[in-house]
Ligand binder design. Structure first.
Ligand code: GLY
Ligand code: MN
Ligand code: MN
Length: 411
């Protein structure tokens, strides 16, 4: 990613900050896994969005005072440790990657922070406070907020999460380039596994073709844990065991995504394990596909997510009536109980309010589904769509989705 992109992101954030304030963002730290092993580190996405840096323990300080100031605090090189774990980022690299002018070491962070708090008349401290649930463990930022409140009780602490989220919702050309790349690799992986589908395999054996494709294309991580759900398993939305046998005559649902430069793809395709739909499977498949296409047609600037989500639920309800599943479309929740999509970007379920009006540069998934437990049929068809000035572009357009195309492809 070009360093200028990160600089621009910081400039956008400065506009949201009050006078005499600072914002602090932390890269984060990988949590312990077991014994002396840690989970793989992944940077806090808001930190990454503003810095382009993906190393542990780094801190970004933005100052909106008499003049705007940006300081990135990196770790002082530890040459002994580096013999074991490799080099940490150097100041010239950090400058280049995120277009920074001032780099300091984290060992000086507290003194530097104090001098701003004490001398520069800072009144507000913004932190990136994200809380998913009441029971979630305290985040690094929440722990830090506690310390700040104790040491500087006269300063106000504010959350800057929503401001960053609103900027992140609109993707730049550079960002879309990486989403496209993640999609391209995902499509290639899905095609590879479709070609290798046959009954008798375990779900994970087919999943392995996608993993292989990601690995050979240099993907470091997935957008999320792959869902490889054959037969009735596809009626469990977040089925991730992926260890059942694939049976002749069943469908298999794959919901997966590669990640490039932390930008994600999120695609679902459902296809017959043996390459040929049964009449009933095709009937349900066509119903889901009609809704997928109808929703995509509606996506354009000015339309609200809520409206389209309500319409999609109604359309799926109507399809369920036609399929003989329910008599009243209001009972649709028996066969479809999620929402029609979500924003996509640095996070798979990307930041930002759910109830937004679409604007050019936003990327949303469209993922209608019908899940019929009693028939062992679960079908979802998920595309990734970029909102443009005059409508939208289906970023996943190269991934086949017509029933006859799938049968042709798998012959
Ligand atoms: N796989 C997560 C989703 O489609 O939202
Ligand atoms: Mn998905
Ligand atoms: Mn999705």
């Amino acid at each position: 990613m070009k360093a200028e992109v990160f600089k621009k992101n910081r400039e956008a954030l400065f506009k949201h900050m009050e006078e005499n304030s600072i914002a602090l963002l932390f890269a984060g730290k990988a949590p312990k896994k077991t014994a002396d092993e840690a989970y793989e580190f992944t940077p806090n996405r808001n930190f990454y969005y503003l810095t382009g840096i993906d190393e542990e323990d780094i801190i970004l300080l933005l100052v909106k005072g008499k003049e705007d100031q940006e300081i990135l605090f990196i770790k002082e090189p530890d040459l002994e440790l580096e013999k074991w774990v490799g080099k940490s980022i150097r100041d010239n690299e950090a400058k280049e990657r995120g277009a920074f002018e001032e780099i300091q070491y984290t060992k000086d962070f507290e003194d530097e922070l104090h001098s701003f708090m004490f001398k520069e008349g800072i009144e507000t401290v913004y932190l990136n406070l994200e809380r998913d649930s009441y029971t979630q463990r305290a985040t690094l930022e929440e722990e830090f907020a506690k310390k700040l409140k104790f040491k500087y009780p006269d300063k106000e602490i504010k959350n800057i999460y929503n401001e960053i989220a609103s900027i992140r919702m609109i993707k730049s050309k550079e960002e879309i380039k990486y989403i496209r790349e993640a999609i391209d690799i995902t499509v290639e992986g899905v095609e590879l596994l479709m070609k290798n589908s046959k009954s008798g395999l375990k779900e994970y054996e087919l999943e392995a073709y996608f993993d292989f494709n990601c690995k050979r294309r240099g993907v470091k991580d997935f957008a999320f844990k792959t869902i490889a759900a054959a037969g009735v398993n596809a009626t469990i939305l977040h089925y991730i065991n992926n260890n059942s046998e694939m049976k002749d005559g069943d469908l298999i649902l794959f919901d997966l995504g590669a990640q490039c430069e932390y930008y994600n793809a999120d695609i679902t395709r459902t296809f017959p394990i043996n390459g040929k739909f049964t009449e009933r499977q095709k009937e349900v498949y066509e119903a889901v596909l009609r809704v997928n296409k109808k929703v995509i047609k509606e996506l354009k600037p000015g339309v609200s997510f809520k409206d389209i989500n309500d319409k999609a639920t109604e359309w799926i309800g109507e399809e369920c009536v036609k399929l003989g599943l329910i008599e009243d479309k209001e009972d649709v929740r028996k066969y479809y109980w999620h929402s029609i999509g979500h924003s996509l970007g640095l996070d798979t379920h990307d930041v930002g309010k759910r109830n937004v009006e679409f604007r050019p540069g936003m990327v949303f998934t469209v993922e209608p589904g019908i899940y019929i437990n009693e028939e062992g049929i679960g079908i979802r068809i998920e595309d990734d769509v970029l909102i443009t000035e005059d409508g939208n572009e289906v970023l996943t357009k190269n991934m086949i989705k017509e029933a006859h195309e799938i049968e042709e492809f798998m012959k």
